[in-house]
Design a protein around this ligand. Structure first.
Ligand SMILES: C[S@@+](CC[C@H](N)C(=O)[O-])C[C@H]1O[C@@H](n2cnc3c(N)ncnc32)[C@H](O)[C@@H]1O
Length: 197
């Protein structure tokens, strides 16, 4: 067997409950604890494929909400009219152009589960993570409303504490959270950022 059991409890639960990926349980836990997403929200989901965050978010935002999912890979479309998927690189996207396209001023919530590809070369991987973080920060700065919330996957690596400090300057409240559904062996952790300044 490899580093991870391929069919762990959350994988099997996701299959049984109709979620596209086990990640659904990470966002469910975050929502239960911190309530970053509200009914009627306009939500931008970065790194959305295969789409389990969107499934969870759609149940919360309901009919009045709107979700834009972005991924560099294809995402199987959703039948709901208020879910739009865009195939693009977060490092190249212009969030103002996306907002204009849908006639919105801002998003209420931004979630990011982006996992940059791992090369195995420490410096290269750290540089990729930094670039993705800088892109997400740009998107938050110009695309998230004042008072809005954000959930960002981050990694316990060299740049973690500077990213955390940086986000502290943008939001009034910040929580570092490791959901049960996140593998203990994974360096991933979620930054739950509430109430943008
Ligand atoms: C862990 S998966 C996301 C799972 C998703 N949250 C869900 O619940 O189904 C990470 C995603 O990040 C995407 N990704 C990585 N780099 C990206 C980039 N530069 N721009 C957009 N998406 C990216 C990958 O293609 C992958 O689909």
């Amino acid at each position: 067997m490899g580093r991870f059991p391929l069919r762990d409890t959350f994988f099997l639960k996701a299959k049984r409950e109709g979620f596209r990926a086990r990640s659904a349980y990470k966002l469910l836990e975050i929502q239960r604890r911190f309530h970053p997403i509200k009914k009627g929200d306009r939500l931008l989901d970065l790194g959305c494929s295969p789409g389990s965050f969107i499934q969870v978010a759609r149940a919360i935002v309901g009919e009045e909400g709107f979700i834009v999912g972005v991924d560099i890979l294809d995402t199987q479309p959703f039948s709901s009219k208020n879910i739009v998927i865009l195939k693009m690189d977060v490092c190249k996207m212009d969030v103002r152009e996306i907002l204009e396209r849908f006639g919105f001023d801002f998003f209420d919530v931004i979630t990011s589960d982006v996992s940059p590809n791992i090369s195995g070369v420490r410096e290269v991987d750290e540089e990729n993570r930094k670039n993705v973080y800088e892109a997400i920060k740009r998107i938050i700065r110009s695309g998230l409303r004042k008072g809005g919330n954000c959930v960002i996957k981050s990694f316990f690596t060299e740049s973690f504490s500077s990213i955390k400090d940086d986000l502290y300057r943008i939001f009034k409240e910040l929580h570092v959270f490791k959901p049960q559904a996140s593998r203990k062996t994974s360096p991933e952790v979620y930054l739950v950022c509430l109430n943008k300044n």
